[in-house]
Design a protein around this ligand. Structure first.
Ligand code: ZN
Length: 360
């Protein structure tokens, strides 16, 4: 038995308005006047001076606005890296990702590909990255994905949806400023919050569970219950707590694994481009056989907040399309083993997965 030697984010700053300290944090990390900081920012903030006016650009520093409408792709990483290398006099001083899970994952992947040859899809898998990434900072503007603490960056490639899992993936610095989440739309808030909730359920119900994961998972689940079921919480308290729930949920799965909902959600995302948070919700609606209590509480949360989940998205799919989703889902073996144990292949069949997808 060999235990994981899990790298944690070495520096984190938490608090309302802590984003204002970013310039000071970065100043001491500048390598030279020819080595710019590159800010990858969700394009919903384009033309919104509230975020951009607080970033002081010096020398060749640059903001690149990136759309998070779709899940991050390996080709998107390759294009960003090429653009950054071509336009920078020297290797950049750092990459700063500002946005949701998509922007955070892109920032992590770009910082890796700047120091590693080849293209992003070469590194999809476990521990394939050879050289340390350049300095990278993650600043979430929506809470739930856990990307701010994870050692992976989930990318959709030409052949699969899989993370770049490596010791070089985690951020060097994270800025947790709950104020940055104030304008998140309600539906999006719920879907991304449920990503965190599902991380807790899948971790706590999994066979990989251990005291490390459990301690973080239980705290995150407790926070989720408060946030999504307790009326007395103020908006600010709720946002502060969700940011920490996301952190703890991410820490929980870091030392265990996710499960059935994530495996099936990756299938939906790969074939239909369904975003991760909403994909988890679509799947979780139908997983009462696997997570009875977790699904019941999820439904209570969904009803309480009047959220509608898309239905019938698999209604018109062909057999071969179902086959693609099933192959993507079943390919994620550690997720199934965590959810159902070593003999998961005896319990879960292609037919079962198809029947589940057909309900979605
Ligand atoms: Zn997730």
């Amino acid at each position: 038995m060999s235990y994981k030697n899990f790298p944690m984010v070495p520096r984190v700053i938490f608090g309302r308005g802590s984003f204002n300290q970013l310039n000071d944090i970065l100043a001491i990390k500048r390598l030279s006047i020819n080595a710019p900081f590159i800010f990858l920012i969700d394009d919903v903030f384009k033309g919104d001076p509230w975020i951009t006016s607080r970033i002081s650009l010096s020398y060749d520093d640059r903001i690149i606005f990136v759309s998070a409408k779709e899940e991050p792709k390996t080709s998107q990483v390759d294009n960003l890296v090429e653009d950054i290398i071509l336009k920078s006099k020297e290797r950049p001083s750092g990459i700063i990702g500002i946005g949701g899970g998509t922007l955070l994952d892109l920032a992590k992947a770009v910082s890796i590909l700047i120091t590693n040859d080849g293209i992003a899809e070469d590194y999809q898998g476990w521990d394939l990255v050879k050289n340390p990434a350049i300095y990278h900072v993650g600043i979430p503007t929506i809470s739930g994905t856990g990307s701010e603490v994870s050692r992976t960056t989930i990318l959709t490639g030409p052949e699969r949806k899989l993370g770049i899992n490596s010791d070089f993936t985690p951020f060097d610095q994270v800025v947790l400023d709950p104020e940055l989440t104030k304008d998140v739309e309600k539906d999006q808030w719920f879907y991304t919050g449920m990503d965190c909730y599902v991380h807790c359920i899948e971790s706590l119900q999994g066979t990989y569970l251990n005291a490390f994961s459990q301690s973080y998972g239980e705290k995150a689940l407790e926070l989720c219950k408060e946030i999504f079921l307790d009326d007395t919480l103020s908006k600010n308290d709720s946002a502060d707590k969700l940011m920490m729930a996301s952190w703890h949920g991410g820490m929980s799965i870091a030392y265990s694994q996710v499960g059935v909902a994530h495996a099936m959600s990756y299938g939906l995302s790969y074939l239909l481009g369904v975003k991760h948070g909403i994909g988890n919700c679509i799947v979780f609606e139908h997983l009462e056989d696997y997570y009875p209590e977790g699904v019941a509480m999820y439904k209570a949360m969904r009803k309480k907040h009047n959220i509608t989940i898309p239905e019938g998205i698999c209604a018109n799919l062909s057999d071969s399309e179902f086959e693609i989703m099933i192959d993507v889902a079943l390919g994620l073996e550690p997720l199934w083993e965590n959810a159902l144990g070593k003999n998961w292949k005896k319990t879960i069949t292609k037919q079962k997965l198809k029947a589940l997808y057909q309900k979605m």
